[in-house]
Design a protein around this ligand. Structure first.
Ligand SMILES: *Cc1c(COP(=O)(O)O)cnc(C)c1O
Ligand code: SF4
Length: 316
């Protein structure tokens, strides 16, 4: 695990001056990259689309109008620590603040994770809220990355969710199969196949180069043990904001039995404005994707607008 810009820059034979540039951004949101992910990055290439997702730049220090530390107004929706219930039928549990990789565009970069405790007894209050509300039929494990929890921890959480009669579906939002494919363990696969809940896994990959053979195998394993397997991506300037890259991403993922779900417009979080895409480019990209892919490989372009009852479609 790489835990500083200094280490990352050395590992990838990049100019040392880059590590200095990263200092301010690092203070706000530390650098974290798995070896697996770092090994997908081309050494010495400053423009590498994977590198750009993990290396802090000077631009993170810019204050930009319209950007804030809590762009989704999540702090308003927390019924209690660790649960977000914004949409009908679905409650999202913040199971842990930890991630195996820190993505610089992440809207949770300012999230007060230390307030989100992680032992099972701490979830009791969230789980009680769920058991008292029969309208909730799906529990989404999110974070951070819920697969940062051990299999035994996940198993305990699952058995509590399973004992709530109105919950039928368990969804896991995770980037770990992409950045640390060895996390897809026998134990995890067993949990998925044994639970009576319907299981949905939503991975997060933004670029076809993130899908190497190990990750591909992990995804195929997941698809055999879960009821549905999807990918969500974020549209990122200079990284995947063109039809070629996104078409290749959909096609590569489908080779490993993953279907595209959402393509998110960037959440306007302070420090990430340099990742935002222009609207004329967005139109072009979507037209391009529609004209070259089968409908089932075209992701739904959405934006999260605080107060709305669902994610909002951007391009119909
Ligand atoms: C995105 C999100 C969901 C899931 O929405 P879907 O459209 O079902 O994928 C649920 N709860 C919260 C708080 C969310 O941000
Ligand atoms: S929550 Fe997801 S997008 Fe954000 S830093 Fe963690 S892995 Fe990256």
């Amino acid at each position: 695990m790489i835990r500083s810009a200094d280490e990352l820059v050395k590992y990838l034979d990049l100019p040392v001056s880059l590590a200095k540039q990263a200092a301010a951004g690092e203070k706000q949101f530390p650098v974290r990259v798995t070896r697996h992910y770092a090994d997908r990055i081309e050494k010495g290439n400053l423009r590498d689309p994977l590198l750009q997702q993990v290396l802090p730049l000077d631009a993170e220090g810019l204050m930009t109008e319209g950007y804030s530390s809590d762009p989704l107004a999540e702090s308003q929706f927390q019924a209690t620590q660790g649960i977000l219930h914004k949409y009908h039928g679905r409650a999202l549990l913040v199971t842990t603040g930890a991630c195996a990789i820190h993505c610089r565009y992440c809207f949770r970069r300012h999230f007060p994770y230390q307030d989100h405790r992680q032992s099972l007894s701490d979830w009791e209050e969230s789980l009680q809220i769920i058991s008292r509300d029969p309208s909730i039929s799906e529990i989404i494990l999110s974070g951070g990355d819920p697969l940062m929890l051990t299999d035994s921890h996940l198993g305990k959480l699952l058995s509590v969710v399973e004992s709530t009669p109105h919950v039928r579906t368990l969804r896991i939002h995770t980037r770990l199969p992409v950045v640390l494919p060895t996390r897809v363990t026998e134990g995890l696969l067993q949990l998925l196949s044994e639970t009576p809940l319907k299981t949905v896994i939503v991975i997060h990959s933004n670029h076809p180069r993130e899908i190497d053979p190990l990750t591909g195998d992990a995804l195929e394993q997941l698809s055999r043990h879960a009821d549905a397997l999807f990918n969500q991506a974020v549209l990122l300037r200079g990284i995947n904001d063109n039809g070629n890259t996104l078409a290749e991403l959909s096609e590569t993922l489908f080779q490993h039995r993953v279907l595209p779900y959402y393509l998110h417009l960037l959440d306007k979080v302070t420090g990430a404005a340099h990742f935002d895409t222009q609207s004329h480019t967005i139109d072009q990209i979507m037209q391009d994707l529609r004209s070259r892919l089968p409908g089932y490989l075209v992701p739904r372009l959405v934006q999260e607008i605080p107060g709305e009852k669902s994610k909002s479609p951007v391009w119909a």
